[in-house]
Every structure is written in C-alpha cells, then in structure tokens.
Unconditional design. Structure first.
Length: 332
C-alpha cells in the first residue's frame, strides 16, 4: 500500500485515492471515523491503534469535500484536532481539504525580514464591512500605497460565535469559516506578495479557548497542572506525554508556513508558554519555521509582558533565538 504523509497528524488525501487519517488519542481504546457528508457519506470506519496513542488508517471512500468526525469508544462525534477546515464552526464536522489544488503565483517572493518593516496589524473580521478574506484582499493595494510593508494578521484559528478577536481559538489548523474558505486565505497571501507585502500570522500557543474545545476527549495530557496561567489550563510542553503535544504545535507552525506561504509568526502571550525542557518549544518553533520557509526570510515575534530579552538572545548565548519582542502595551 503506497501511503504518503506530509504531516504526522490530520486527514491527508492520497495520490491513489482515499484519505489517510492519523490522530493522537491515547484516552479512548477505540476510534472510528464517521463520514457525515460529501463523498463516502454514511460510512463508519475503525482506525487502527498504533503505538504511543495514535490511531491511523486509510479510508478509500473519503475524498476532497468529505465531512467527517471521530467517534471515541462508541460515543460522541468530535472534530479532528488537526482539522484543516470547520465549515459549520468548531463543534461541527471537519472537512477533507486538498491544499495542492491552489495555484500560487509568488514563486519569486523572497519572504520578509525584520529590518525596515512598517507593520499593519489587521483583524480580518473588522477590517472591511464584509469581514472576509475576499473583501480584505481588495484593499491590499491601498495599504501598499500607504507605505505598509508587513501585515500582522490577528488569530484566525477556528473559534466559536459570530465574531471574535481570535484569541480563544480551538481549531488550530482550521482558518475560521467566518472569513471564508482556506483557499480564500491563500488568495489573500498570494495577492499580498504580488504587491510586495509580507504576511505574518498571530498564533496562540499558550492555551485553547474554553468553548468548542474537545482536546481533553482525545487526551488529558494536552494540558498540565504543573504550571499556572491566567488563560485557563496551561498546555503540556514539558510533562508526561508532552512529545505528541509538542509535535502538534510544531506541525501547526510548519503548516502555516508551507501551506499558506506565511512569512512568519507572532507568538501570543509567551510569558504563559511554560517549558522546562532542555530545548524550549519556542526555540524549536523558530527552527521549524526557518526550515519550512526553504530559504525565504521569516520573522518570529514574541509578545511578552515582562519583555524578557532571553527570547531574542541568540541560542548560542543561552537565548531562544527569536527575532523580536512585541510590547502589548503599545499594540492593540
């Protein structure tokens, strides 16, 4: 069987047909994929339990556009933690997406570095009356004419409700359906690059939002009581079974760079990203982003209330090797 995977988690279409599902779920003893709509609907397929708490399997009838969820131990129907799209919101079914269908036009784009940037912080939901990627794309030329060189897009991971700032996201891999489909986001970035605008994405790696958060159903080890946070239960980057949790977020950082051609990340509230591991998760994120960019310039900025210089100190000097500190008293 010729199965290919780009990432260790999520639903991925296969070159010979079907969709290969893989999810970390050490809590249930049994896990099934329920195909709810689209190609292959009304099917339930049991995935094979692998070592280290993963379930995986090829579902031949699942194709682009199939909507699915996971049934755990014969109960519930939960969205994929690594879902690429949630058309009905964070509590609805996930949708199989083909990221290879979009035709990029930015092959000559060299990325963005920090020097000389004029940054515009953008909230897609309020930037235009329509609150969509398509409407925002129509205004990019005017921003470029104003002298803006870099767009910092506020969080877009799927979140509940009709509107929100995005800082309580729960679908970390799914661009929120309120703004359009994933390819609409790609069109936005492609047009920005055509106009000479870089795009960095605000990501929240310090907590999951409280509503629509089903991570605990898959594993309680996504979270830890070792640390205390102002934003709910902290994420487990350094405790027991932290390996797959780290993998989840490192994959997420890579995903935005590779599949959406993002030029870097703005890490939200890094003072509540707790990690006593030998190599801090933020250092590894920086390395993964650079690797994923494949020679393009990237920017990793860290919002940090105490403004700890260690975050931007070079790794060889005991720092985390990020590019900049983001002072929240100045921005938004």
């Amino acid at each position: 069987m010729n199965l290919k995977r780009k990432y260790p988690i999520g639903a991925e279409l296969q070159p010979n047909g079907g969709t290969y599902f893989r999810v970390w779920a050490p809590r249930p003893k049994k896990l099934e994929v329920l195909l709810e709509a689209g190609p292959g609907a009304s099917s339930a397929i049991k995935l094979k339990k692998l070592k280290d708490g993963y379930f995986a399997g090829l579902v031949p009838q699942a194709a682009e556009g199939t909507r699915y969820c996971f049934r755990l131990d014969d109960s519930g129907c939960f969205p994929d933690p690594a879902s690429r799209y949630q058309p009905d919101g964070p509590s609805g079914a996930s949708q199989v997406i083909d990221p290879s269908g979009f035709k990029w036009n930015d092959s000559g784009w060299q990325g963005a570095d920090l020097k000389g940037q004029v940054i515009y912080e953008m909230h897609i939901g309020t930037f235009t009356k329509e609150g969509t990627w398509q409407a925002a794309r129509q205004e990019l030329a005017e921003l470029a004419d104003c002298g803006i060189t870099l767009l910092e897009v506020m969080p877009i991971a799927e979140f509940p409700g009709r509107f929100g700032w995005g800082y309580d996201g729960v679908g970390m891999f799914a661009p929120v359906h309120l703004y359009g489909e994933p390819d609409d986001f790609r069109c936005f970035v492609d047009e920005a690059h055509r106009l000479g605008l870089g795009v960095i994405l605000d990501v929240v790696y310090n907590h999951f939002g409280p509503a629509g958060n089903f991570m605990n159903e898959f594993s309680p080890d996504y979270f830890t009581d070792k640390h205390e946070s102002d934003w709910g239960t902290p994420i487990n980057f350094d405790g027991e079974n932290a390996g797959p949790v780290r993998e989840f977020f490192l994959t997420n950082a890579t995903y935005w760079i590779e599949e959406f051609h993002i030029d870097g990340l703005r890490l939200d509230a890094t003072q509540t990203i707790f990690d006593d591991s030998p190599e801090n998760i933020m250092t590894v994120i920086g390395k993964r982003v650079q690797e994923a960019a494949r020679g393009r310039n990237t920017i990793i900025g860290a919002e940090n209330e105490p403004q700890l210089t260690k975050l931007v100190r070079p790794v060889e000097n005991g720092g985390y090797g990020l590019d900049s500190l983001w002072n929240d008293d100045f921005h938004h």
